[in-house]
Design a protein around this ligand. Sequence first.
Ligand code: ADP
Ligand code: MG
Length: 447
Amino acid sequence: MENRSALEIWNAALGELQIQVSKSNYRTWLEKTVGLDFQNNRFIVSVPNTFIAEYLERNQRSLIEKTLIHLTASPDIQISFQVNGRYKDPSNGHSASPAILESLVTPDSEQLNPRYDFDSFIVGNSNRLAHAAAQSVAMNPGKIYNPLYIYGGVGLGKTHLLHAIGQIAQSRHVPVICISAEQFTNEFVSAVRRKRVEDFQLKYRQAGMLLIDDIHFLSGKKQTEESFFHTFNSLHNASRQIVITSDRPPKAIPQLDKRLRSRFEWGLVADIQPPDAETRLSILKAKARCRGINITDDVLEYIAGRGLQNIRELEGLLNRVTAFAKLLNAPPNLDLAKQAVADIGAEKTEAPIGPKLVIAVVAGSFNMKPEDLTSGRRDKETSLARRLAMYLLRQETGFSLSQIGALLGNREPSSVTNACKKFSAELASNKSLKRKLAEIKKSIKPQ
Ligand code: ADP
Ligand code: MG
């Protein structure tokens, strides 16, 4: 059996062993091992040091052999451990350094966001094709569309789908490399500088699946493009799945090497469009459910109906509404959502912030109701909260002293002036009050 299979068989074995031994045991003894060679029932595994070799030899030899026998359906297997053994790439005879091999064993898995899986991806008309294509390449890598090229605007779920594919492949022990074109470029540049281009190329050419995000970043970077071109060809020839995302179709990437462009069009080019209102609502419902946010459908409908087409922004709006609710200690109802949203509109046009919102947020941060601030209550705590509200309204909105007085229970303009002065003095000597003010400001004006 050829060397390349040793790598893959061992990765599969590691998957099984991970279930059979304890987590710390796996981390300490098995994680950094690599399958090197498998011939005549002899399986050679590279380990980082003699200590690990001896431990595995003494304690886990039979478990490992059993696992390998089971996986390969061989009648008998003898395992041997080699310290920092070198892996020979059968395609070109070069050997990779142990560092490169390490990166193959733990193949950038930490780069996959576990939240971005198929279960949490909501399908609608705008992304149906891309989603179906992503699922089929995840289930049948290298067999159906190669490459799969997914494009669409910012925040529409391209990275989410890419990671979902990676997660399925990884659970099947395919060594996945998932990387943004930007990181790929940086790695390439650094490999050139350190004269390690061969290692770099070897690493990518041994990927079982290559997921590359935001490919338009390569545009105009001739050398990196060239290197990617060769990586692409070598993986494609070996029927390794390649998935590419971009904010535009291949034709629209300026200065992209013609050869690359035509290769990107070899497989399937699938676009993602902005979601319609119905899909936006489903997405919001799913996000709220998954985070355990108790929020009624009318509020979600209201948020979905705002016409935001970027799903990241849509999520941001949901977060904002729930953050307000928490702060105010009130249920996230329609009124509150409207205040939160109206305020975002206000920010864009630089119009003054809604005064009701300021009062509600200040009251909430003191565990009070807005009516407490507009009432005649004069206890210490309420008076302080009221002063803070006046000060903020003065600072952050274009309201006049008499308008502010009217908003806070028909108070005289002169008492607003006095309150603001007093509050300034308090602020200068009270650090925790300063912090409180900063927090309130942040929730009124995120970013
Ligand atoms: P892109 O890479 O296209 O800019 P992302 O994949 O980063 O966008 O998506 C932005 C955010 O929106 C992420 O939090 C992602 O989980 C979420 N998202 C995008 N599309 C969907 C969808 N169809 N269902 C659920 N969440 C989605
Ligand atoms: Mg992205």
